[in-house]
Write a protein that binds this ligand. Structure first.
Ligand SMILES: Cc1cc2nc3c(=O)[nH]c(=O)nc-3n(C[C@H](O)[C@H](O)[C@H](O)COP(=O)(O)O)c2cc1C
Length: 228
């Protein structure tokens, strides 16, 4: 079979794709001929990542996949999958094979993600190491870390807080001089902030009605990572 049947009109910009996944029924141990037309019409295919899955009733898919590789002009597929009449014969085994195929396609991305996670983790460890000797106070949980210079004793203290969108975290004391403060968090945007006010003052806004600064906006020092 080497026909190249005419295809229905279609419009794709192949430059938008880095991977093409071919799916086809096996016909006489070959791939279905419309794919051949598409391949002939799309000369850049050999520069893309190519994966393929074949559906068959009995045998011939391996041969068909070999022929497809040859037709595209590539040495290897990124991943392949052979299913037996999946429309009428779908079962857990074929489902698992499908999941494994998709996992293989995501492998590179997963590896990239875990490399990025490791980089972030070591950056976070460096920051935490650099402030490990500061007196610290924990409000609820240890998700965010902020450095704050106590207005009473001038010691730089590490304040660890939980997440909160926007809301009052509550009172806390300076771990060195015991000065009373009140903390409000704003982590609704991309740059979380902690607002610290002297205890007893209204902490939610930065300025009072006379324009006096009453709570200090503390930029985030670090944030714990969520599992990759
Ligand atoms: C013309 C033709 C040739 C086929 N040749 C094969 C074959 O060589 N080996 C095989 O296992 N199945 C063969 N089949 C069966 C299909 O590959 C199989 O039924 C496929 O899973 C169903 O795809 P479909 O639902 O798109 O027809 C053939 C089917 C047709 C129509």
């Amino acid at each position: 079979m080497a026909e190249t049947p005419e295809l229905e009109p279609y419009a794709i910009n192949i430059d938008d794709y880095e991977r093409i996944v071919f799916g086809f029924p096996v016909w006489a141990s070959n791939f279905a001929p419309p794919l051949r037309t598409f391949i002939k019409n799309t000369p850049v295919l050999a520069t893309k990542k190519i994966a393929a899955f074949a559906c068959q009733s009995g045998a011939g898919a391996e041969k068909a996949l070999e022929k497809l590789k040859e037709c595209i002009g590539i040495k290897e597929f990124e991943a392949t999958l052979v299913l037996i009449d999946p429309l009428t014969n779908y079962d857990y085994k074929q489902g698992d094979m499908l999941v494994a195929f998709i996992k293989k396609l995501n492998e590179e991305k997963e590896q990239q993600k875990s490399a990025e996670y490791e980089t972030k983790k070591s950056e976070l460890e460096k920051i935490k190491e650099s402030v490990k000797d500061r007196p610290s106070v924990t409000i609820n949980q240890e998700h965010y870390g902020y450095l704050y210079k106590c207005k009473e004793c001038n010691n730089e203290i590490l304040i660890k807080t939980n997440e909160g969108r926007y809301g009052n975290l509550g009172p806390f004391n300076c771990p060195v001089c015991n000065a009373h403060y009140y903390a409000t968090i704003d982590d609704g945007g991309p740059n979380p902030f902690l607002y610290v006010a002297k205890y007893g003052e209204q902490p939610a806004s930065l300025l009072d009605s006379e324009g006096q600064k009453r709570s200090e906006k503390i930029p985030l020092l670090y944030q714990e990572l969520s599992p990759s």
